[in-house]
Each structure stands twice: as C-alpha cells, then as structure tokens.
Design a binder for this molecule. Structure first.
Ligand code: COD
Ligand code: ATP
Length: 204
C-alpha cells in the first residue's frame, strides 16, 4: 500500500523506459499509462463499447478488436475525434494508474505518464506527490529516436513537434533528470531521487 506516487514523464525518446527499468531494479513498482490505455480499449471492455458507440462499428477490425492503426490515423487527422477518444480513455487510465500504484507494496510507486504535460499536469493528476521529468536536448532525442526506430529525420522531427515543448514539460517538474550523458549517469540520478522518495514516503 503506497500513498507516495511519483509521476514520471518526458518527451519521446527522452529515456523514460530506461529510467523505469532503473526504478524497477531498485525494487520500486512502476505503472505505465500506455499499457493502461491499451487495457482500457481491450476486447470486451466497457471502453471499447463506448468507442464503438461514439465512432461506429467501422473502427473494429474483422476479429472484433480495435483497429488501432485506423484509429491513430483518424485522431491525428481530426482534433474532435481525438478529444472524444481521450474523453473515453483518459479517465480510465487515471483510475487504473492510481489503483495500481496505491496497491503497490514498494515504499513508493512510480506512474509513468508520457503525455502528462499535454493533459494538464498536476491538475489532471492531483494525487501525484511529485513530478519527475526526464530531460534531454532535442538533438539527442532526435538521434536516439532515429537510431531506435529506424525512421527518417523528418518523421522524428514531426513526432517531437506534436508533443509539448521542453519548456512546457519542465514547467511542471519538481525533479529533473538530465539524460544527455551515458546511461550510467541517468542511473546515478535515479538512485539519488530514489533516496529522496523513500524519505518522503517514510515521513508521509
Ligand atoms: C489512437 C490509438 C488507438 C493508436 O494506437 P497505436 O497502438 O497505433 O499507437 P500508440 O498507442 O502506441 O501511440 C503511438 C504514439 O502516438 C502518440 N499518441 C497516442 N495518443 C495520443 C494522444 N491522445 N495525444 C498525443 N499523442 C498521442 C504517442 O506519442 C504514442 O507514442 C492509441 O494511441 C490511443 O488509444 N490513444 C488515445 C489514448 C491516449 O491518449 N493514449 C496516450 C497514453 S495515456
Ligand atoms: N543515456 C543514454 N545513452 C545512450 N542511449 C540512450 C540513453 N538513454 C536512452 N537511450 C536510448 O535512446 C532510446 C530512447 O530511450 P527510451 O526508449 O528509454 O525513451 P522513452 O522516453 O521511453 O521513449 P518513448 O517516448 O518512445 O517511449 C532507446 O533506444 C535507448 O536505449
């Protein structure tokens, strides 16, 4: 049972997954918003039923699951559709992350929320004790994104531009990890924050 929940965020290819794995290695429970968003629209879920009610059965693939690629094309071409989908998915993601983190048996828990700055930061997630931003220079993220996903520079740049700016994200941060150096430097910063978060949890 953990009431100390840390929000982890960062732009695409900033190093969130790497930071998550370091927290897990230190014995900390990590809940992931992307996984919660997929579960919210799983076959047979109430979320998927709401999506079908809002968008029609045409969003389903032949096997009755959500046609995610088609939905992705639709929401990035139509801001209204994106808002409708988010209205269905985001409340479920918030509830699922909170429940999973509160049930965690580690001293504190981490909720990894890639779009935390985009959805309104603390006002959307008032139960976060602190917000940790993984930060890296845009050039670093572009290079790592291209290397990891094998995509061309133009697409990598558009993905960065579709997200909150570095300044907007840093504005919601209580803690910042700089990930422009080697992986070991990130691990050292995570370990230092782990000590802080354990102290906070112990005094809660
Ligand atoms: C549209 C959906 C079905 C597409 O699924 P698909 O498996 O093709 O893509 P995936 O979920 O991996 O997302 C791909 C990338 O798109 C971006 N993205 C997805 N949803 C959003 C959004 N609402 N706003 C901005 N960017 C988004 C993210 O950078 C993500 O890395 C899915 O992304 C979705 O349900 N989105 C709405 C819910 C949401 O906001 N999810 C984000 C985490 S809470
Ligand atoms: N300090 C580092 N040095 C070298 N490579 C790194 C470092 N940190 C992360 N990477 C690499 O950069 C890429 C992006 O990192 P990671 O996948 O952790 O980012 P992310 O924020 O989780 O990305 P996404 O937003 O796409 O989920 C990965 O290939 C990862 O191995």
């Amino acid at each position: 049972m953990s009431d100390t929940i840390i929000g982890l965020t960062g732009g695409v290819a900033s190093g969130k997954s790497l930071a998550e794995s370091v927290f897990r290695d230190l014995g900390i429970f990590v809940a992931d918003a992307d996984a919660a968003a997929r579960a919210a629209l799983a076959a047979g879920s109430s979320g998927l039923a709401e999506v079908v009610a809002a968008f029609g059965a045409g969003v389903l693939a032949a096997d009755g699951t959500l046609d995610r690629a088609a939905m992705r094309r639709r929401i990035f071409a139509d801001a209204g559709a994106k808002r409708v989908l988010e209205g269905i998915v985001h409340p479920r993601v918030r509830a699922s992350l909170q429940a999973a983190c509160q049930a965690a048996d580690s001293p504190y828990a981490v909720a990894s929320i890639p779009l935390l700055a985009e959805v309104g930061g603390r006002s959307a997630y008032p139960w976060l004790r602190r917000i940790l931003v993984i930060d890296a220079a845009e050039a670093t993220r572009l290079a790592r994104l291209q290397a990891r996903d094998g995509i061309e520079a133009g697409l990598a740049r558009r993905m960065l531009e579709a997200q909150a700016s570095r300044t907007e994200r840093l504005a919601i941060a209580d803690d910042v990890i700089s990930n422009d150096g080697p992986p070991q430097a990130l691990a050292t910063q995570v370990a230092a924050l782990d000590r802080l978060y354990r102290r906070l949890a112990a005094s809660a």
